[in-house]
Design a binder for this molecule. Structure first.
Ligand code: KIV
Length: 262
């Protein structure tokens, strides 16, 4: 229904407070395996486990009222067989209350996507730069340039044919993203892809300026909360060292005031 309509607004969340904030504005909230790099300090998403995804998924669930919640299947939890993928997707759905799972891969994952869809698991596919394959790509490189475009088109077509309800297109040339969006029947969600996509996604911490160790070109910073936090912590540290904090208003008197205690 949302194909070619008002673009779908998608962001990641890993915690209840951020889930509450993004829920007010988003159509889809993704508990991405980027949590490994953003919150756990890992150098890639490869070390993220199913248990981590479940814990963050449960936290996000508590903060959502209206958006569709999707949780990533982490590296190693679905590639072996459709059966393995179902077992782990079922755990994610049962234990987090998410409505769908996301997995990386195109043609090679088509059979798995079909298997999951036939058993009650809606799948968001992810093609182009798939970060779980960073070691086979040799880095976080743009995918689908020149003749390689056909591979990405085949991937997007295969996952759509297999029943994916949407396809994330990450870090692909703009004309290719536009072409795929026109070709496939389900919404494309772009990240470093094209304005023509049916939706856009960013990592919340990236666009809020809270995560700076990795800053791809496709990230637009809508705030610099990391700088604000740094200034606030510096001010606190100075106040403590100069004995300006705590001030009288932060302290408790010996006697109880009429009207109760705060
Ligand atoms: O893990 C993630 O956050 C993602 C999005 C960036 C698409 O896969």
């Amino acid at each position: 229904m949302r194909k070619g309509q008002t673009p779908l607004v998608c962001l990641t969340a890993y915690t209840t407070p951020i889930a509450r904030l993004v829920d007010r504005h988003c159509d889809i909230v993704l508990v991405g395996d980027s949590v490994g790099m953003v919150l756990h300090g890992l150098s890639s998403t490869l070390g993220v486990t199913l248990d981590m995804m479940i814990m963050h998924g449960q936290a996000v669930r508590r903060g959502l009222v209206r958006s569709l919640m999707v949780v990533d299947l982490p590296f190693g939890s679905y590639e072996e067989s459709p059966e393995q993928a179902f077992r782990n997707a079922a755990r994610l759905m049962a234990q987090t209350g998410c409505a769908a799972v996301k997995l990386e891969g195109g043609e090679k994952m088509a059979e798995t996507i079909r298997f999951l869809g036939a058993r009650g698991v809606p799948v968001m596919a992810h093609v182009g730069l798939t970060p779980q394959s960073v070691n086979t790509f040799g880095g976080y490189r743009v995918q689908g340039r020149g003749d390689d475009a056909e591979r990405i088109r085949r991937d997007a077509g295969a996952v759509t044919e297999a029943g994916a309800f949407s396809v994330v297109l990450e870090k692909v040339p703009e004309p290719l993203a536009k072409r795929i969006t026109a070709e496939i029947a389900v919404p494309t969600i772009g990240i470093g892809a094209s304005l023509a996509c049916d939706g856009q996604i960013l990592v919340s911490d990236d666009m809020l300026g809270l995560f700076s160790s990795f800053r791809p070109k496709f990230v637009k910073r809508y705030a610099e909360l990391g700088d604000q936090a740094d200034a606030a912590i510096a001010a606190y540290a100075a106040d403590v060292r100069e004995r300006r904090f705590p001030a009288a208003e932060h302290l408790y008197a010996n006697e109880t005031k009429a009207g109760g205690v705060t």
